[in-house]
Each structure stands twice: as C-alpha cells, then as structure tokens.
Ligand binder design. Structure first.
Ligand SMILES: [Zn+2]
Length: 200
C-alpha cells in the first residue's frame, strides 16, 4: 500500500513538474494544479455558497514573477488558519508569475477577506504579487487569467457584468486590490473584450 502511494505521488509530482515552468499548454486546455501541488493541509469546516461572480485580487505583497509560489501559498494557508482563524487559504484560485493556475479553497465555499464586503457568491482569483505600484501582469499571467475566467463563466453561467475587482465592493480607500495595473484592465474592458459574448 505504501509503495503504491509512493508511486502515485511520484507520477502526480512528475506531471506537475511538466507544467510548472511551461504554464498553460494551449488555447483550449486549462490546467489547474491541484491543492496537492502546494502540499495543502486539511481545511477547517467551510461555509458553503453558490458561485455567481468572479472577483479579481492581487495578493498585495511583492513576489518575484520568476519564482515558484507553492511554498508561499502553503505559508498563506498556515498563517490564515492560525492568525485569522480562516477555514483555509482565502482564495479559490491563485495565478503565479509563470501563469500557472493553482487551486485554492473549495469553489463551493465562501472565501475570506480582510475588508468589509461579503464574499458570498464570489469566486476569488488572486494574482500572486503586488500590482499596484511594483509589478505588471506578464503575458502568461494575462492569458491564464482570461482562460480561467472563461472556464468559470461557462461552468457557472456568470454574467459579463459580474466580473470585477475587489475594490469595486469596498468603501472608497479601503483597499487598492487588485492594484491599479490589474484594475485598469478591468475598467477599460480589456479583459471583458477578450471574453466570448462580452464585447462592448
Ligand atoms: Zn483583494
């Protein structure tokens, strides 16, 4: 049994390594790296919801776009569960600097926030890094964000107008999230214009 477990883990690990630095494979394939890729621990009890919105975040602290983020995500989980008493990592998906899409918490559960809005119904996507003053989305991240949004829209029938940034739900000045460099892509409709049937 132990040997079988080892072999299965080795195969999964090998598959991950293949995707890690290449990012997403092609236009029609979406690869979401599972929680096992960052060695997630079991979550606490979740509050359930039905996803009907997509809300884009940045993580808010500088993280190099040429570094793997698995250990970093694991640290967010440990910190959030210990210090904030969260059930798990706060977001449903992460996108790293290579454009890898990484699974966060269970999509049918309400995310967490440090601000005053109610994230019930929101699918939270977090781009790892600081996109207000310090970093800009690179091509791989942008493509993965569009691909993930398209996939989620299809899966949950999310309306074009329900794709927004974190600050759209907060009091003025409460948060810079998802950072001006990402927010500009949302309010200028650059993201929406890439999506099927969302053209203005
Ligand atoms: Zn945010």
């Amino acid at each position: 049994m132990k040997k079988l477990l080892f072999i299965t883990t080795a195969i999964i690990a090998f598959a991950f390594i293949g995707c890690i630095k290449k990012g997403i494979l092609d236009n029609d394939t979406i690869i979401i790296l599972p929680r096992e890729s960052w060695n997630a621990i079991e979550p606490k009890e979740y509050k359930k919801h039905k996803p009907n919105k997509i809300t884009i975040h940045h993580e808010g602290t500088y993280f190099p776009q040429d570094s793997l983020a698995f250990r970093h995500i694991k640290n967010i989980q440990i910190w959030g569960m210990r210090e904030r008493k969260w059930a798990d990592v706060p977001y449903h998906f992460f996108i790293d600097g290579f454009g890898n899409i990484i699974e966060g918490r269970d999509i049918f559960t309400v995310g967490e926030t440090n601000t005053s809005y109610d994230p019930t119904g929101h699918i939270l996507i977090s781009i790892i890094g600081e996109y207000h003053k310090k970093q800009k989305l690179n091509e791989a991240q942008y493509k993965s964000l569009i691909k993930l949004i398209e996939y989620l829209r299809k899966r949950f029938e999310i309306k074009c107008d329900e794709i927004r940034g974190h600050r759209d739900y907060c009091k003025p000045g409460e948060t810079d999230c998802p950072g001006d460099n990402i927010y500009e892509l949302i309010i200028s409709n650059k993201i929406k214009n890439q999506l099927r049937d969302c053209n203005n």
